[in-house]
Design a protein around this ligand. Structure first.
Ligand SMILES: [Zn+2]
Ligand SMILES: [Zn+2]
Length: 743
């Protein structure tokens, strides 16, 4: 007899019925049950049949299942079996089991959705064992209906039969329901008046066609939706949302509709159609039918395919792309309840919602493909919670609090790190509350109490303040602070399973440096235990501190002051023209006396300086705008770069900036600037001759990524992961595990 223990995402994904059907159809005797680590199978058979069985498990496993390990051991025969059975493990709490992410509607459910003879025809919440909400509805482990927000809905007789039948494709599908017993839609206007209609979905589609803005409740939150081909509607949404130019995500009916908007390559198609259904950033077609207001002035667009049955039904009626943007206001969290969406009623005209509670909000994920590799800009729906590996063994329970922007938090369970979905920026009281509630959720689900709390070194990050608060409240908690850019490199090392000495290149907006300056253009020789800063961009003054982050012109002006001093007042260029003479005077005084002008080595800010001096953008309306605009200007045919020098590890950008000032053509300047950044990295890589590891938000820039991959093909990247501050919590967890390693 054999005992087979399988770990990974194997609970709540139809794994036991799969095992049951596989074993019974091959006439094997034994049983399958959930245990504390995953799934346990007992097989009463010969070695070769057990081996063959395992091979079939690996080859044919259900789509949502992910196997981390299979351990087979020969055991003494303790009982005899008549056939094969599923043993119920009621109440067996498994705190190391993986929570599956929310998954897009599967093909079989889609067929039933459109099949008039099916009892779930046009049922907007059709799901099965292989699809539907998971993470967003779970309150506690184990993942059973009574621990989800589906507990309010009592199954009808027919659903109950399906749920209990191991041969049914809805066997133990926790969110099972139908027209009779499951969640229901409601539709109302922004005064709260119920809109009467024979078919609510028809009515909602009709109003969208007329140019109205409709809030729609999806899986992990609400979207604000309008016709993406209607200039007026998109403009209205921008005005009401006070979002002048940040690109909107566009949802399409199917892959064919997406191909009318962008030329989609094979890898992008695979990602768009995957059951995780992220928003995928793709290059726009010039002649696409979208309103110019959807993603102004940039050559990319974020597309995603309908992923819930409700989205399918709406898009089927509309037969045109829709803007589907997260329902929130600027820095605030995504709306997930009726109360919250009612607060935004000034933005939408109508709201289509349902009565299945969203327990854990989860934004849409965002990804892109470059050089055949997939990168994430946001890890959320379809991916979260993410289970990552911890390179060190530690007995300590670690809570990692992340950064302050694009925040996410992580906890460690044994050798795994569980990473929360993207939470957002901690810029307001509500967003901080929301952040804390995500931590409470992880603590509740995993019955987790930290021994170690790890955070950033920045004293003013909300996450740092909270970490200190937690440590002050509980004497037993140890506090660890990890340098921001080192955490970026650790995260990339972690996802790639790298433990050796490397050259880490950490380029981002800004982060707190060891001596209190604002780092962001850093070269480290490091391993998982420690780092040495071997290079960085020479410090420049960030005029106005925080304000310089939103105003590229302040960074450019700082370089102009550095190069020309008082002569600046006799010059004429795009940066200077964006200020009044009085402003320049005031800023010059501030520059000379170093008033509110912290020193920075940030590479992200250099992109800003270039964007400003070339007249591309002076004041950003969203984060990363200058990088996106510069990408659109890059010309592949320009192969030259600017001269630069690295002295004692310091790269003086003003030398490069002078050459840009002399350039007449801005496309050439932008292209040479990109090429120069790559040459600098290449130079350092040659010097240290170590594996090259990249981290930090600057590497979300596709042009830069492409150029680096071409130049240094074996570069180690945060593939299938984020490179922005969403990665910090994972890097912090690795640092803490290294610090508190159990030998
Ligand atoms: Zn399904
Ligand atoms: Zn039912």
């Amino acid at each position: 007899m054999f005992s087979i223990e399988i770990r990974g995402i194997v609970q709540g994904v139809g794994f036991r019925p799969f095992i049951y059907n596989l074993a019974s159809s091959s006439g094997l005797r034994g049983e399958v049950s959930n245990n504390g680590y995953g799934v346990l199978i007992l097989l009463d058979c010969k070695q070769e049949r057990a081996d063959e069985f395992i091979k079939n498990v690996r080859d044919d496993k259900p789509p949502l299942c992910e196997i981390d390990s299979i351990r087979i051991t020969r055991i003494k025969k303790t009982k005899s079996f008549d056939g094969f059975s599923i043993e119920m493990s009621e109440g067996a709490k498994n705190l190391s089991s993986h929570i599956p992410p929310d998954i897009a509607m599967c093909e079989e459910c889609e067929r039933e959705l459109h099949d008039k003879s099916n009892r779930r025809f046009e049922y907007p919440f059709i799901t099965c064992t292989n699809c539907g909400p998971r993470f967003s509805i779970i309150r506690n482990l184990p993942y059973e209906r009574k621990n989800t927000s589906m507990d309010e809905f009592e199954m009808c007789e027919k659903c109950s039969q399906e749920y209990k039948n191991p041969h049914d494709r809805r066997y133990h599908a926790q969110p099972i329901g139908c027209h009779e017993c499951g969640p229901k839609l409601s539709f109302f206007d922004n005064k709260g008046n119920i809109i009467e209609s024979e078919n609510i979905i028809d009515k909602a589609a009709e109003l969208i066609t007329e140019g109205r803005i409709v809030a729609i409740k999806g899986i992990g939150g609400y979207h604000l939706v309008c016709d993406a081909t209607n200039d007026e509607a998109v403009k209205l949404l921008r005005e009401r949302k006070q979002r002048p130019s940040k690109p909107f995500g566009v949802m399409v009916k199917d892959i064919y509709m997406s191909k009318n908007i962008a030329p989609i390559n094979e890898k992008e198609e695979e990602l768009l159609c995957s059951n995780r259904r992220p928003i995928v950033l793709v290059k726009k077609r010039e002649d696409n039918a979208l309103s110019k207001n959807v993603a102004p002035n940039i050559n990319q667009i974020g597309l995603f395919l309908a992923y819930t049955p409700l989205h399918h039904l709406i898009l089927q009626r509309l037969n045109r792309p829709i803007v589907a943007t997260s329902a929130n206001i600027s820095d605030e969290p995504l709306c997930k309840s009726n109360d919250e969406i009612m607060r935004l009623r000034g933005i939408w005209d109508f709201c289509l919602e349902h009565n299945r509670e969203i327990v854990n909000s989860c934004d849409d994920s965002v990804a892109f493909v470059e050089c055949e590799k997939t990168f994430m800009l946001r890890d959320a729906r379809g991916y979260a919670p993410l289970y990552l590996k911890l390179p060190h063994k530690t007995d300590k329970k670690i809570l990692a609090l992340g950064a302050n922007q694009k925040s996410s938090v992580a906890i460690t369970i044994g050798e795994s790190v569980v990473l929360s979905p993207y939470i957002g920026d901690l810029g307001s009281l509500t967003s901080i509350e929301h952040y804390k509630s995500h931590i409470e959720t992880l603590k509740r689900i995993y019955e987790f109490e930290p021994d170690v709390v790890v955070c950033d070194k920045h004293p003013n990050y909300e996450s740092t303040k909270y970490a200190k608060e937690l440590a002050a409240q509980n004497q037993n908690i140890e506090l660890l602070q990890v340098q921001h850019h080192y955490a970026h490199i650790l995260a990339t090392m972690g996802v790639n399973g790298i433990a050796s000495k490397v050259l880490g290149v950490s380029f981002d907006g800004t982060g707190y440096g060891d001596e209190g300056n604002l780092w962001g253009g850093e070269f480290f020789v490091c391993n998982l235990e420690s780092y040495e800063r071997v290079g960085h961009f020479r410090y420049f003054k960030l005029l106005g501190g925080e304000m310089a982050i939103k105003e590229p012109r302040r960074v450019a002006l700082s370089f102009l002051f550095e190069i020309y001093g008082e002569e600046v007042f006799n010059l004429n260029n795009a940066t200077l023209n964006s200020f009044s003479a009085a402003e320049i005077k005031t800023l010059y005084t501030a520059y000379k006396n170093s008033l509110n002008s912290p020193l920075s080595s940030s590479c992200g800010r250099l992109f800003d300086a270039v964007a400003s001096i070339l007249g591309v953008v002076q004041v950003c309306s969203y984060e990363g705008e200058s990088g996106l605009l510069l990408e659109s200007l890059y010309d592949e045919n320009v192969l030259e770069s600017y001269l630069f020098s690295i002295e004692d590890g310091e790269i003086d950008f003003s030398q490069i900036f002078r050459q840009i000032l002399d350039e007449k053509n801005s496309r050439i300047a932008v292209s040479k600037f990109f090429n120069t950044i790559v040459e600098i990295i290449y130079e350092m890589h040659k010097k240290y001759d170590l594996p090259l590891v990249l981290g930090g938000g600057v590497f979300q820039n596709r042009v830069l990524l492409k150029l680096i991959i071409r130049k240094i093909p074996d570069v180690i990247l945060p593939e299938m992961f984020v490179s922005n501050d969403g990665a910090i919590a994972y890097g912090q967890a690795i640092a803490a595990a290294s610090e508190f390693e159990t030998l």
